[in-house]
Design a protein around this ligand. Structure first.
Ligand code: AMP
Ligand code: GLY
Length: 423
């Protein structure tokens, strides 16, 4: 089989790495890929939003399966575009991808499906949203409706902060049309966990729980990032709770979408907040999380292509999704300054050394390869991922590997996994 992975982050490196373990896969292409994916397959210089370019490449190279890493191509309709050429795509169609592409659609779908989520209201007019916020008081959460590169959510601790967020989104349009509509919702308190499943219509196969670390600073301080590290499982969502949690947050969504004639294929990712009243869905993503994908795929103990093909061919119950019992953890090394401005082009040292440690894999995210050197090219640079008998061992190994890696102004959190160890 020939497969094409769309995207360029650590998640896509992990996907290409896992695909490379399949005896069924003869060739892997990554568009556009990064300095790490080139070690697993062939990078092709096509961007993730260039649908005609991607479809043409897939057609000309007789690709058997396209796997969309990020949400953007899915929201833009890559599945439909590929379907016209009879090329299977692992990921949902544009309608279902709106679970991530539109916060308003997502919240309304959750409400229709009876999924627990924070009470909310949707606004298209700034004045009405402002009056609502003033009446409700803080803390309160303001979300841009559309895709805003992970920056469209403001958890405001004061009314002034919430109004400023509304002004930025609806009046100043800092996210362009993505912020013309907003969702305002109740602020929830609790610990977060990520829960992902391979889905095919109403069938699903669960992945183990994971926990991301969104804040840039240790102790969950500082600005939000794409994720500074993750581990699996998350003690807050233990295995014995998986099925009942899926009944609550995965099954009703799949059922509703199927009833609407828009069955969901791909990864459904529920971002959960564990409040005093139990889990509540903060958001859905329609793809693997990054960096959650890295520790999750390290725990996958079977051929990922078998699962993905079963999903696109509507025969998911036939496959046995096997998982390793061990714990995995991913520590992200970022460029100093991220998520604000940062420099690029720094040479990275120590990848081979780090990977000599048993059970360690360095997934590359913001890297390029130039004249024999691996250079930084993005904010999140490396995802150092390790497997251990338990969280303590996995964490120790990951940080041992981190110590072997270096580039100028490298930054990482030293407390990835600590929250899980406290449990
Ligand atoms: P989202 O993109 O909706 O997951 O939001 C990004 C982050 O904002 C989440 O991971 C939470 O940390 C936070 N967040 C979102 N919605 C809420 C909420 N209703 N209450 C508290 N925090 C929230
Ligand atoms: N790590 C969070 C996400 O991928 O959305």
């Amino acid at each position: 089989m020939k497969v094409l992975v769309v995207g360029s982050g650590g998640r896509e490196h992990a996907l290409a790495w896992k695909l490379g373990q399949s005896p069924k896969v003869s060739e892997i292409f990554i568009a556009p890929g990064n300095g790490g994916t080139r070690l697993e397959g062939t990078n092709v210089p096509i961007k993730d939003d260039d649908l005609p370019g991607l479809v043409n490449f897939a057609k000309e190279n007789k690709i058997d399966l396209v796997i969309a890493g990020p949400e953007l191509p899915l929201v833009l309709g890559i599945k439909e575009a590929l379907r016209k050429e009879s090329i299977p795509c692992f990921g949902p169609g544009a309608y279902a991808a709106n679970l991530e592409g539109s916060k308003a659609f997502s919240k309304m779908t959750m409400r229709d499906a009876g999924v627990p989520t924070a009470p909310f209201k949707v606004f298209d007019e700034f004045d009405q949203a402002k009056t609502f916020v003033e009446n409700k008081g803080a803390p309160i959460v303001v979300k841009a409706d559309g895709l805003a590169a992970g920056k469209g959510v403001v958890v405001a601790s004061t009314v002034e902060e919430a109004i400023e967020a509304l002004d930025d989104m609806m009046v100043k349009k800092v996210f362009g049309s993505a912020g013309e509509r907003v969702v305002v919702e109740e602020a929830l308190k609790g610990e977060e966990a990520s829960f992902l499943a391979f889905c095919s219509g109403e069938d699903y196969a669960l992945l183990p729980s994971a926990q991301d670390h969104k804040a840039a600073g240790e102790g969950d301080t500082g600005p939000n990032t794409g994720g500074m590290g993750a581990y699996s499982p998350a003690p807050i969502l233990p295995r014995e709770k998986y099925e009942e949690t899926a009944e609550l947050v995965i099954k009703p969504i799949l059922k509703l979408l199927a009833e609407r004639g828009e069955p969901f294929t791909g990864i459904l990712y529920a971002g959960l907040m564990y409040t005093d009243d139990g889990p509540s869905v903060l958001e859905y993503n329609v793809r693997f999380g990054d960096p959650e994908c890295q520790p999750l795929l390290m725990r996958l103990d079977c051929d990922i292509v078998d699962i993905m093909m079963a999903c696109v061919e509507n025969r998911l119950p036939e496959v046995d999704v096997k998982l390793k019992d061990e714990t995995t953890i991913c520590v992200v090394i970022a460029a100093g300054g991220y998520p604000g401005s940062y420099e690029k082009g720094k040479e990275i040292f120590g990848i081979d050394e780090a990977e000599k440690l048993e059970g360690v894999k360095v997934f590359q995210a913001g890297t390029t390869f130039d004249e024999g050197k691996t250079l930084t090219s993005g904010g999140r640079v490396l995802g150092v991922t390790a497997l251990g008998a338990d969280l303590r061992e996995a964490q120790k190994k990951a940080y041992e590997a981190v110590a072997k890696l270096s580039f100028e102004d490298a930054y990482f959190r030293r407390d990835i996994g600590d929250k899980g160890l406290k449990k």
